[in-house]
Design a protein around this ligand. Structure first.
Ligand SMILES: [Zn+2]
Length: 472
């Protein structure tokens, strides 16, 4: 049956999620249409027509989230799907609930680490990420008013006890640690106590209260400024380490006992070594932005490194395809599938880091000092017109191939030279180009930056001297 269609602002239908500015590009009517269309897709998924379908809905602590959640739930039930409403949760707790309740899908209403006026939707069809062409299809179906009609039921459920119990199941005994945690007023604040109160050692939680205005700092641990408060707490309390989360708890940040940041690829080295002890030879996946040190260390620890495209949905799918027990991104999305579900749960990742530190004689700071040392740029991001960004990368790639350069083109171009490597790729989510360079020394890094600059200049693009780092 065809009803009146609903047109979304096209900018909100993104690669990995639906996201917009509340009241401007994203309204309750959009949330309702997302619910109706997603439920329609769920109903048509797989066989067993007529059987009841169940979708779990959760939302973060943003001020606009309850209203958007209510509208989305109304849309789901109007298309005949039953809803389990698990209330305010971090995104990974929603993922957990989908597995735990064996639901047909899940929707998390979250603006992740974006400013308070943003909000959005992360979707799961069955146990798989729903992204890319799925999201475009959802937009097209909504525009046509292609909705199933029905009347689903809504049930409220709190899964915190089960969730915390599951995370704690993988905690290994070890020395007692003193740990500072910064939940950044994000949704991990809901679950942090249920976990840390049952851990050995001493735990200090900052910004625990869920507050969608993010009064202390922006909840994005890839930006050093956002870690300053945590670093101060680690030093003041003499902690072994500090852990931070992004606004919806699917990305982790960490600092050692000296208050120094460990980036996603550095943490991945520690986790990879740990996982490979139990799973020798296993494939470990990291994105194209990761340091060469990570790929080298996976190999040295007896694993099979695999470089893959940036993007948490893409990594998750590759991991499932290969049965890889661990994958991770520079951005702090890390996925454990050795004893866990394979989704990005930063609180779970934190426990796996605590296991390593608690089980070692040396400190995290010492482990960090022993990591292979490279000099690299952070992730450099600079604006580029949406319609030009992929073209530029393709032009650069074509010239390099002609010149017989050694490169990987899994995602953009990652060029290897005797000095190290440089990367150029187009962001899937923003009108920006992303670059990174890494070398064994400063001189090499200088030459790589010059190579990158020249490659861009040939396409008429100037690499800004101080390209903005961080942000996603
Ligand atoms: Zn997030």
């Amino acid at each position: 049956m065809t009803e009146t269609g609903h047109k979304f602002d096209p900018t909100i239908l993104r690669e990995y999620d639906i996201r917009g500015v509340v009241g401007t590009t994203l309204r309750a009517a959009d949330a309702r249409a997302i619910g109706r269309t997603f439920a329609t897709l769920v109903c048509r998924q797989g066989g067993g027509k007529g059987r009841s379908r169940k979708v779990v809905v959760g939302y973060d602590g943003r001020l606009s989230s309850p209203e958007l959640a209510a509208a989305c739930v109304a849309g789901l039930v109007a298309s005949g799907v039953d809803v389990v409403d698990i209330g305010v949760v971090a995104t990974p707790m929603l993922y957990f609930a989908v597995w735990h309740l064996d639901a047909d899908g899940g929707i998390q209403i979250t603006g992740s680490h974006n400013p308070p006026d943003y909000n959005g939707f992360k979707l799961m069809m069955g146990k798989k990420p729903f992204f890319g062409s799925d999201i475009q299809k959802l937009g097209a179906m909504a525009a046509e008013g292609d909705f199933e009609v029905g009347s689903g039921k809504v049930e409220k459920k709190n899964v915190l006890a089960e969730y915390a119990g599951r995370l704690l199941k993988d905690v290994r005994p070890g020395r007692k640690l003193r740990v500072a945690w910064d939940t950044g007023n994000g949704a991990v604040g809901v679950s942090i106590r249920a976990v840390v109160d049952r851990l050995p050692g001493e735990h200090y939680v900052l910004n625990e209260k869920v507050d969608g205005t993010f009064p202390s700092h922006h909840p994005d641990p890839t930006v050093p400024k956002n870690l300053e408060q945590l670093i101060a707490e680690v030093r003041r309390r003499g902690c072994d380490l500090g852990i931070a989360f992004d606004g919806d708890g699917d990305r982790i940040g960490a600092v050692d006992g000296k208050g120094r940041i460990l980036w996603g690829d550095q943490l991945m080295i520690l986790w990879a070594r740990d996982v490979l002890k139990m799973r020798p030879g296993a494939t470990i996946i990291a994105d194209v932005k990761a340091s060469q040190a990570l790929f080298d260390e996976i190999l040295r620890a007896g694993g099979t490194p695999l470089m893959w495209k940036t993007g948490h949905s893409l990594i998750k799918n590759k991991m499932a395809e290969l049965g890889a027990p661990l994958a991770g991104e520079m951005s702090g999305h890390v996925f454990f599938a050795d004893t866990f579900y394979g989704f990005d749960d930063a609180l779970y990742c934190a426990l796996r880091l605590l296991n390593i530190v608690a089980g070692a004689k040396e400190s995290l700071a010492t482990m960090r000092d022993k990591l292979p040392q490279f000099v690299n740029t952070p992730e450099l991001r600079f604006e580029c017109a949406e319609e030009r960004k992929f073209k530029i990368v393709n032009e650069v790639k074509a010239r390099l191939k002609k010149a017989d350069a050694k490169l990987s083109d899994i995602d953009g171009v990652r060029v290897s030279t005797p000095d190290g490597w440089w990367l150029l790729r187009a962001s899937n989510t923003q009108a920006v180009l992303v670059a990174r360079c890494e070398s064994a020394n400063e001189e090499g890094l200088g030459r790589l930056k010059a190579d990158l600059k020249a490659a861009l200049a040939a396409s008429g693009v100037a690499l800004p001297d101080e390209a903005a780092a961080g942000e996603h």
